[in-house]
Write a protein that binds this ligand. Structure first.
Ligand code: ATP
Ligand code: MG
Ligand code: ZN
Length: 589
């Protein structure tokens, strides 16, 4: 048998396996059953695609979304893998079945619904099988977030072919779901391979929200590549998309309320684009392998750390630098707490823990990545060097006294006024309202002055986040369970003061892609890629990733042999596009 590393070079043009890929591939080639848990974008597809080209017969890939299958098909065919999909929308089914039976396919993508179909089982009996690959395998578990009952029928189907190895793949971390997947798919515990969850090329930045459309507009102005902005509601999506469109950047909205055809078009435009911003609800992104997404922005608090990690994981799948930027507000926490109050009592402690974990992430003065990875059961180093707090340490100050003043003001004004009014009371800003209410005579009137005034807003936020304050349905602040201890001096309130990051020069070390934008050769290569992509009706990255063009522009290869040394150019792409790109380089010389 050939060396898998050679196949990696010639087929994909990649210099090395990433992380646990080699271990997974070796198990598959040895005919064993495996569950590989690897974070999103880590390169799970390769662990079945590569063996599929080495083993006799076809690898049957179970994949939950037809759109996702067609993306995968496109990418597989571009490197020269013999692949097909067998779904209700494919018109070439007879031809595909013929190729499958003749052993002329490396990969056959099917939806789980086929598994329940007895004619499909007969078809499998009539063709040479190399492997069963079950993508998004958490769909088999009711504990996972997208349970698909059809996945339960895969076990009996595969059991009918006991000698065919199985490879289940998922990015879902939690131990409970993992155990369930092993059990549901008939894979023993020693077949479990879990990769580290770190995505080192993603930079995590978290900041309090303060006019979020402006914050997002300022941020995207520093970034040249494509990106995703997650908003919390459909209305939020619409509003933000409109504001951002005014910046001149190509912007499209995406949410469940849009006409399916519009949604499909917006998604396709984004996938094909090199600079578009898509503003979406979290419904967007599952299974989309757009490797050159340079940033993911959350315009509000995500649902959970798991959700946040999955959503931010859509950035930088090509391994180039990418940024995850989150803007949060105290009202996010207040709303989330309110929702928790409405769920069944037995689910409340779990939901509360989920929210507190998010609170710890946004509030920390320490390393964000360390918090995320610890959440997934890892033991990361204390600092990562690639999150906002590691890059520029925030100051932590003891704001307990200001917090006590804040709470007193809330208490003495009767626990019914909002944050703006409380701030006016604390700083002694007279108004008709304060006069009428007689609040100017209170002992808390104007007790905050000078520099301390800058702490009022962040202290209010921190008190809400900690459940020392809650908002009533009219927006008034009232005491929560955490208030007493702070008022009595039994608990302190430390405040993280972020350095003034937004004042920093645009583009200065913003963590974006290192593309030499403006370099004439790089731009010429990009133009050529765009033309080829349009002609082949594929997104540009299917032709070559940015890193490949960058390397071409830097190394200026003159021959096919020199070109082939660039990582990311396999034999097929060299044959298909090598001469064309050499020509561009030659003309630029
Ligand atoms: N060894 C490697 N070297 C360089 N790039 C790689 C390697 N393996 C995979 N990649 C690239 O990583 C990207 C992500 O791969 P893939 O789509 O398989 O991710 P995934 O693990 O399936 O993620 P998801 O959970 O989101 O489906 C692809 O663009 C692929 O070309
Ligand atoms: Mg995948
Ligand atoms: Zn860090």
């Amino acid at each position: 048998m050939r060396d898998p590393r050679d196949v990696l070079h010639t087929l994909f043009g990649f210099p090395d396996f990433r992380g646990v890929q080699r271990r997974v591939v070796d198990r598959v080639l040895a005919g064993e059953r495996t569950l590989a848990v690897m974070p999103t974008g880590a390169g799970k597809s390769l662990t079945y695609q590569l063996p599929a080209t080495m083993l006799d017969g076809t690898c049957v890939v179970i994949s939950p979304l037809i759109a996702l299958m067609h993306d995968q098909l496109r990418a597989a065919e571009a490197v020269g893998i013999r692949a097909a999909t067998l779904t209700s929308v494919d018109e070439n089914r007879a031809e595909t079945i013929e190729r499958f039976r003749n052993g002329d396919l490396d990969l056959l993508y099917v939806a789980p619904e086929r598994a329940s179909n007895s004619s499909f089982r007969d078809l499998l009996r009539s063709a040479p099988l190399a492997l069963f690959a079950i993508d998004e395998a958490h769909c088999v578990s009711e504990w996972g977030h997208d349970f698909r009952p059809d996945y339960r029928l895969l076990r009996p189907l595969m059991d009918a072919f006991p000698d065919v190895p199985r490879l289940a793949l998922t990015a879902t971390a939690d131990a409970h779901t993992r155990a369930d997947i092993l059990n549901q798919l008939g894979i023993s515990e020693d077949g479990l391979i879990v990769a580290g969850f770190d995505r080192p090329n993603i930079r995590y930045n978290i900041a309090p929200r303060d006019n979020v459309p402006r914050q997002v507009a300022d941020f995207i102005a520093t970034q040249s590549g494509p990106g995703i902005v997650y908003a919390q509601t459909r209305k939020g999506v619409e509003q933000l998309a409109e504001k951002l469109a005014a910046t001149g950047r190509p912007v499209r909205p995406y949410h469940a309320g849009l006409d399916p055809e519009v949604r499909r078009r917006n998604q396709a435009a984004f996938v094909a684009s090199e600079d578009m911003v898509i503003v979406a609800t979290v419904a967007f992104g599952m299974g989309i392998d757009k490797p050159d997404v340079r940033f993911v922005i959350h315009a509000g608090l995500p649902k959970s750390i798991e959700g946040y990690y999955q959503e931010t994981g859509r950035a930088g799948r090509d391994g180039d630098p990418a940024v995850a930027q989150l803007y949060w507000g105290a009202d996010d926490f207040a709303r989330a707490r309110q929702r928790i109050g409405e769920v069944e009592p037995e689910r409340q402690p779990g939901e509360r823990a989920r929210l507190n974990a998010l609170g710890a992430l946004v509030e920390t003065a320490g390393c964000r990545r360390a918090i995320l990875l610890r959440h997934f059961g890892e033991e990361p180093p204390a600092t990562c060097g690639n999150c906002d707090n590691c890059l520029e340490a925030p100051k932590a100050i003891d704001a307990s006294v200001t917090a006590q003043k804040y709470l007193s003001a809330v208490f003495r004004t009767g626990q019914s006024f909002g944050a703006t009014y409380i701030e006016q009371v604390l700083t002694g800003q007279s108004s008709e309202r304060s006069l009428m209410n007689g609040h100017e005579a209170l002992s808390v009137w104007g007790i905050v002055a000078g520099d301390e005034a800058a702490l009022i807003k962040p202290v209010g936020r921190a008190l809400l986040l900690r459940d020392a304050l809650r908002t009533n349905p009219h927006g008034g602040l009232e005491f929560g369970p955490g208030a007493r201890a702070i008022l009595k001096g039994e608990a302190t309130l430390d405040l993280v003061v972020p350095p003034k990051r937004e004042r920093r020069r645009r583009g200065a070390n913003s963590g974006g892609a290192p593309n030499p934008v403006g370099d004439p050769l790089f731009e010429a290569l990009r133009d050529k890629r765009r033309t080829l992509a349009q002609a082949a009706a594929v997104p540009p990255y299917v032709i070559f990733h940015d890193s490949v063009l960058r390397e071409m522009a830097a190394a200026r290869p003159a021959t096919l042999t020199e070109l082939a040394r660039i990582p990311g150019i396999g034999a097929r792409k060299l044959a298909d596009y090598g001469d064309t790109f050499l020509q561009v380089i030659h003309e630029a010389a």
